[in-house]
Design a protein around this ligand. Structure first.
Ligand code: TRP
Ligand code: SF4
Length: 348
């Protein structure tokens, strides 16, 4: 019996950070043990926010940087299919066909769409998203269709499980609705994909903001050197009420402590707690200790990354193999879809 299929994707935004690693990548690696996994660099999705030739010129390099992080983390191209979305263009055909069974209202209600509209139009709160969307040339058809393309990604490969973070739940709900609608209209064709929520530890930003993210520039790059990492950790916010070295600290509100819980042993964490609350350790020392543990945890990752980075031909070949394997599945699905939708078979 075939094992259930998993599909997930990431937009190529360049190098990944600690939050991506603990939140998504480690989970992707584990899923390879039990499922047939397909991991996709969604370069077409990246274009929804590309508005210039300069932006477009970055996509290629970003794909490579991200794939290096995937490989270094332990995504295994022998077991899993790793490929670039646009290398299997059937997804664009399926996107167009799914758009025929997707009511406009469903798309206009997606929270990420509404947020994006507010962002790009930089608008005040008193106008509806619909009105804003209609009046702004930066709100593209592609932006609205983003979740339809995401649905096409998943069901083109008939994936059952989709490991994603909480922020993607509305997209997965929509994917299920589109899939149901297709199946009802044209006959049972696709399994309904299910979100598999990543049990991600909450990774705060170094500035204490509720999310580590590159756009907030409060992140730790996975590919940074040990020295860069230590320097970065030194900038982290700690207990804001601990003004003097002799003040006892409150680890429970300290970001550095929350990272210790992820990277230090239980007994070290206990020591940090005890020494912080009694002012036995200073924050500078505490951060140095944390940086050391993060660097130890990433040592193998960094070594593997450097090896892959030194061999660009390997990465290209690996992506070519991934695209071929993905394409074989996509072709079979599309033949079925064409038939169900009454399109004549494409001449060979
Ligand atoms: N929208 C997802 C994100 O921003 C990326 C994505 C595209 C995706 N297609 C997908 C995730 C298919 C899971 C499955 O994170
Ligand atoms: Fe945070 Fe460590 Fe400073 Fe305590 S000693 S406030 S845990 S950085």
């Amino acid at each position: 019996m075939n094992s259930p299929r998993v599909f997930s994707g990431m937009r190529p935004t360049g190098r990944l950070h600690l939050g991506n690693y603990l939140g998504a990548l480690q989970n992707w690696v584990v899923l390879q043990e039990r499922y047939e996994c397909i991991y996709c660099v969604v370069d077409v999705h990246a274009l929804t926010t590309v508005q210039s030739k300069e932006d477009a010129g970055q996509v290629q390099g970003n794909i490579r940087e991200m794939v290096l992080d995937w490989l270094a983390a332990g995504i295994d191209p022998k077991r899993s299919i790793l490929f670039v979305q646009s290398h299997v263009p059937e997804v664009l055909t399926l996107h167009a066909l799914l758009s025929m069974v997707t009511p406009l209202g469903w798309l206009m209600r997606v929270p990420t769409f509404k947020e994006k509209v507010r962002q790009v139009t930089k608008a005040s709160a008193n106008q509806s998203e619909e009105a804003l969307a209609m009046g702004d040339e930066h709100v593209s058809y592609g932006l609205l269709g983003y979740p339809v393309l995401q649905t096409a990604d998943i069901i083109l490969y008939k994936a059952q499980y989709v490991p994603v973070g909480q922020d993607q739940v509305p997209h997965l709900e929509l994917a299920r609705e589109i899939t149901r609608r297709f199946n009802r209209t044209f006959g049972e064709t696709f399994p309904e994909p299910q979100a598999r929520l990543t049990e991600a530890p909450l990774i705060l930003g170094l500035d204490g903001k509720d999310k580590m993210s590159k756009s907030l520039n409060n992140h730790v790059d996975l590919a940074a050197t040990p020295e860069e990492t230590a320097a970065r950790i030194r900038t982290a916010f700690t207990d804001p009420l601990r003004l003097r070295r002799s003040d006892p600290g409150r680890p429970q509100v300290c970001n550095v402590y929350s990272l210790h819980k992820l990277f230090s042993t239980d007994s070290e964490v206990k020591t940090v707690y005890a020494e912080c609350t009694t002012a036995k350790r200073g924050c500078v020392e505490c951060k140095g200790h944390l940086a050391q543990n993060i660097n130890a945890a990433l040592a193998q990752f960094r070594q593997r990354r450097a090896e892959y980075a030194a061999n660009p031909a390997y990465v290209d070949e690996m992506l070519a193999v991934g695209a071929r394997r993905a394409h074989a599945i996509a072709k079979a699905t599309m033949a079925e879809v064409r038939e169900k939708m009454g399109l004549t078979p494409a001449p060979a």
